[in-house]
Write a protein that binds this ligand. Sequence first.
Ligand code: TRP
Length: 365
Amino acid sequence: MAKEKIILTGDRPTGRLHIGHYVGSLRRRVELQNSGLYDKIFVFMADAQALTDNIENPEKVRQNVIEVALDYLSVGLDPAQSTIFIQSQIPELTELSFYYMDLVTVSRLQRNPTVKTEIQMRNFETSIPVGFFTYPISQAADITAFKATTVPVGEDQEPMLEQCREIVRRFNHIYGETLVEPEILLPDNAACLRLPGTDGKAKMSKSLGNCIYLSDSADEVTKKVKSMFTDPDHLRVQDPGKIEGNTVFTYLDAFCRPEHFERYLPDYPNLDELKAHYQRGGLGDMKVKKFLTAIMQETLEPIRTRRHEFEQDIPGIYDMLKKGCETAREAAAQTLDEVRCAMKLNYFDDAELIAEQARHYAAKQ
Ligand code: TRP
């Protein structure tokens, strides 16, 4: 049988998802789901991972599980095609993590650049929780439990994938071919790789207050685009303007499609011409922002509408998640069986082993 193509990806439920998540990963997941090219798709809320740096905020994590589930459904993830589940409900993942811990050194974990940055951001330097420090290992369990071949995530997750691949190789080398080595699938355009915040800062983040959320109202979106960072030296319309570092143009790179010009800005044939005019001078920020607002509203309106519909049936969403957890558990349990078997931890289902040991001790009599 040809190797199955399996997607796995997830998000920490620490807040509502924003348009950085959307262009960085969510939009792609839905395309992959609808492409029909994958045998299985797993998408999950990494609540246990979220707790590794939110141990005192369990209520925040709990509330955001439903927010993220609503975000997933509203962008078009379809439970009939994708298994949507909650990490903490799959105990097999913890057991896998425990075994994988033996395959990773402390110094290897210390080199993980994403974890390093996060430790600094959270002022953990002097007291890093062990669970937080080891989350790349638990993430390898998340990925391998489902035999994922493809993991669509943002650039910041690259070190996690590398760690996972190392664990897989080490495991298979020691115990025989058991685990599947996954591949990362990054966004294909630089603007989507790391969408800046509306203030032009490198990253969209809740604590910086520079996010546009998928669940923002139309008014909020309009307001946020209006106050967006552009080129601070572009003071008068006739001045030449800069494109690099100009958030409005970065967002256009991420969201604009050719048909948007026909619809909202027919004076220009494409984005390159719009950029050229801005750079020459004579094109005002307001005009570009109006164009971006129209595109953002067109993109977000259907998401918002679907979200309102799903919000009418919260119990139904929990039912869907429960089913997702059951399906996910079956898959993870199968892998765990194989792992235990490879690691010689399957004492009770190897009749041959028991018989051989019986013969051995009988012969000693
Ligand atoms: N670390 C990811 C994030 O910060 C969430 C995550 C946990 C994940 N386990 C994963 C992503 C496995 C992809 C695959 O959003």
